[in-house]
Design a protein around this ligand. Sequence first.
Ligand SMILES: Nc1ncnc2c1ncn2[C@@H]1O[C@H](COP(=O)(O)OP(=O)(O)OP(=O)(O)O)[C@@H](O)[C@H]1O
Ligand SMILES: [Mg+2]
Length: 329
Amino acid sequence: MQYDIITFGSATQDVFMSSRKLEVVEDEKFATKKGLCISLGSKMHMDDVLFAMGGCGANSAATFAKQGLKTAYYGMIGKDGFGEEVKKELKKHNVSLDLMQESDKFPTAFSVILSLPEVGRSILEKYGACHELTNKDIPFDELKADWFYIASLSSKSHEMFVPLIDFAKENNIKVASNPAGSIKTPEHTEILKSVLNKIDILILNQEESSKLTGIDFNKEKEIFQKLDEWVDGIVVMNKGARGVTVSDGKNLYSAGIPESGLVDRTGAGDSFGSAFVSGYIEKNDIAYAIQLGTANATSCLQKMGATNGLLKKGEWGPWEKVEVSKKRL
Ligand SMILES: Nc1ncnc2c1ncn2[C@@H]1O[C@H](COP(=O)(O)OP(=O)(O)OP(=O)(O)O)[C@@H](O)[C@H]1O
Ligand SMILES: [Mg+2]
């Protein structure tokens, strides 16, 4: 089977639990200097609970399929109830399951998202089947596509990263990647650096691009200079509520976000990245890709769950399209 795009990355069952009773405690011992807390030994009432599919590979596949691309997800779920839910959800979004594997040995990956509405959330993550796949499992003969979207490959599954990119290059398949999982360890970061020149669209957030280049978070110009040196293709830097900056090596494109509320930010990166790539495939136009990515992320953030608010092809939601500025480098 020939696909427009195949996505790689995690597929999980997510459980969102939100409570206005959760407390933010400021303390230096937390990596972000703030903790989302519940008193030890106590019970806390939750205002809402929602089960939803998650995982960057599955989330991005949902966007591509909703944008009208013939999409397959390659990854692994467990033969369990959560795996059945993931399958149901992917099918609902019209994602092909023909490449997906099911494991007797490993359970479907699972996350609990603890959310304090309008303030923030923390994620409790349990690795599972999708994190156990390695390059030995990949059915290369069946990977026929115009594009690969390689999302975060964490833990053991990172072994697939270089073989997938090399295979894509040998077979004229374009590669878009949001390799957040590669920047978690110094070893994986070096592996990522060694293949950056083979990536057509590299998508990172501000913190990840700073870590990858070793350049301070705020020195955006220097970060792009370094990334443009390493990446022949397009570099996308997501900046949360401050929008996005994109370089194609010749011009720097920037946009903010539209005026909108927010319910839960889970899925922001996946919904932006996959809609950016959908827009780029459709029109070969970076400004248009930014507008579609931003609209899809904005819509995603209005609903609990990483795929509940995603836009269908032709839909833009009630928000103004963001203005994109273009500056010569
Ligand atoms: N708080 C927010 N308000 C409005 N838009 C947002 C917000 N956070 C993110 N976005 C939109 O989503 C895009 C991607 O989000 P972000 O920069 O947080 O990426 P990320 O850190 O990779 O996200 P994730 O944690 O999901 O991986 C942003 O460029 C922006 O368009
Ligand atoms: Mg991200």
